[in-house]
Design a protein around this ligand. Structure first.
Ligand SMILES: Nc1ncnc2c1ncn2[C@@H]1O[C@H](COP(=O)(O)OP(=O)(O)O)[C@@H](O)[C@H]1O
Ligand SMILES: [Mg+2]
Length: 234
């Protein structure tokens, strides 16, 4: 049995203030293991993005605890959380979030600069990460010269270049057509299974079901059901 890379226990989150207060999460317990691609599915407003943000230490829970690679985040200062996030978590977003004035290599390399990597070494690692997502031939291209699917692959390269053990993706295929969406899921599945990372993907697209090892369903801030699926390899 593998130890969980990320664990949420009894996590509740209240968002907003005054009359606009919303209980976005109401006691969520969830662990993710290396080697698995998990889908987090649920209707709009059910708390998916909030849960992803808390798991990735972008938001702190109102109640409950998070452990990342065995380290509890309880009482951690914002700088400690930022460090934990940089060391262990890679993010992928629906809208790619690339810098339009930087090449693919520089967009990826930027994720390493914050760790004080030397320029040339960082560039080599960025190119290696781009090669892993099938973009060895596009390292000098700017985002506007790339298709949506290619831009999302650059974003995945940026998420994995620092070698994080956890990848969190919020609707990464929502802006893509079916074929590009499948290609992105295959890359993320490969990252989970071959590199033994924990990959969690938020989606409400049922077409992604066959790519999952595990599916977690969330409704109204609570996990209501879980199933194992598809392609699990032991
Ligand atoms: N900053 C905020 N202030 C108040 N309520 C919010 C805020 N962000 C999200 N919410 C509410 O929290 C609930 C969960 O939101 P979210 O996690 O974004 O859902 P999902 O990603 O599943 O669509 C929703 O009811 C949403 O309206
Ligand atoms: Mg969302």
């Amino acid at each position: 049995m593998t130890a969980s890379l990320i664990e949420a226990k009894g996590v509740a989150k209240v968002l907003g203030s005054g009359a606009g207060k919303v209980a976005a999460l109401k006691g969520v317990t969830l662990s993710l293991d290396g080697g698995e691609l998990t889908l987090l599915m649920g209707p709009s407003g059910s708390g998916k993005t909030t849960l992803l943000s808390i798991l990735g230490c972008m938001l702190t829970p109102t109640e409950g605890t998070i452990r990342i690679c065995g380290r509890s985040t309880a009482g951690a200062e914002p700088e400690d959380l930022a460090l934990l996030r940089r060391q262990h978590v890679g993010f992928v977003f629906q809208s790619f979030h690339l810098f339009p004035t930087l090449s693919a290599t520089d967009n990826v390399r930027l994720a390493l600069d914050v760790r004080g990597e030397r320029f040339r070494k960082a560039k080599v690692r960025a190119r290696e990460a781009l090669a892993k997502v099938g973009l060895a031939h596009k390292t000098k291209a700017f985002p506007r010269q790339l298709s949506g699917g290619e831009q999302q692959r650059v974003a995945i390269a940026r998420a994995i270049v620092g070698n994080p053990s956890i990848i969190l993706a919020d609707e990464p295929t929502a802006a893509l057509d079916g074929e590009n969406g499948r290609a992105i899921m295959e890359i993320l599945g490969g990252i989970a299974r071959e590199q033994r990372r924990a990959v969690l993907i938020v989606t409400h697209d049922p077409r992604l079901l066959p790519f999952a090892d595990r599916i977690v369903h969330i409704e109204d801030g609570r996990i209501v059901r879980e199933e194992r699926y598809g392609v699990k390899q032991s």
